[in-house]
Ligand binder design. Structure first.
Ligand SMILES: [Zn+2]
Ligand SMILES: [Zn+2]
Length: 146
């Protein structure tokens, strides 16, 4: 995987220390993170507003995308390199929320059926959410192992 600095350059986002750290968190994580989880992981001294703005910048540049979980919490997940966000924003993959750990995973490889949207409606985003038990929780029935 590309380093955070290189990835920021590729997406034409000016590199700062906090941006690299936040991007690094997403690169190291297999599931979506909320604003408060990002703050927690950054630890002491991280500024909520800076984190908020950084997440928005990343979303605008198609580096991460928003995922609303079953509890209505907005999470953010890294976009895959095959995303074509530069043209139209495509989030046409399945989001899987684990009932045990609560994490939301992007299942990029699941092919979604194509939808026949009636004329006059402009499709911009599809969000399909599945629920179940994730791989980690099935393999590690004890909490706290990851
Ligand atoms: Zn889980
Ligand atoms: Zn996703």
């Amino acid at each position: 995987m590309m380093t955070p600095a290189k990835t920021l350059a590729k997406y034409r986002i000016r590199s700062t220390e906090i941006r690299e750290r936040i991007l690094g968190l997403f690169q190291d994580c297999s599931f979506a993170l909320s604003h408060s989880e990002v703050l927690n992981r950054l630890g002491e001294g991280a500024d909520r507003v800076t984190v908020y703005r950084t997440l928005n910048t990343f979303v605008e540049h198609g580096l991460i995308h928003k995922v609303v979980d079953g509890q209505g919490v907005t999470n953010f997940a890294l976009c895959q390199s095959n995303c074509r966000h530069q043209e139209v924003h495509h989030h046409d993959h399945l989001h899987f929320q684990c009932k045990k750990c609560g994490h939301t995973f992007c299942l990029e490889k699941v092919t979604l059926p194509s939808l026949n949207i009636p004329d006059g409606f402009q499709l911009e985003e599809i969000n399909i959410r599945a629920e179940g038990i994730c791989e980690d929780c099935r393999e590690n029935p004890l909490p706290g192992i990851s």
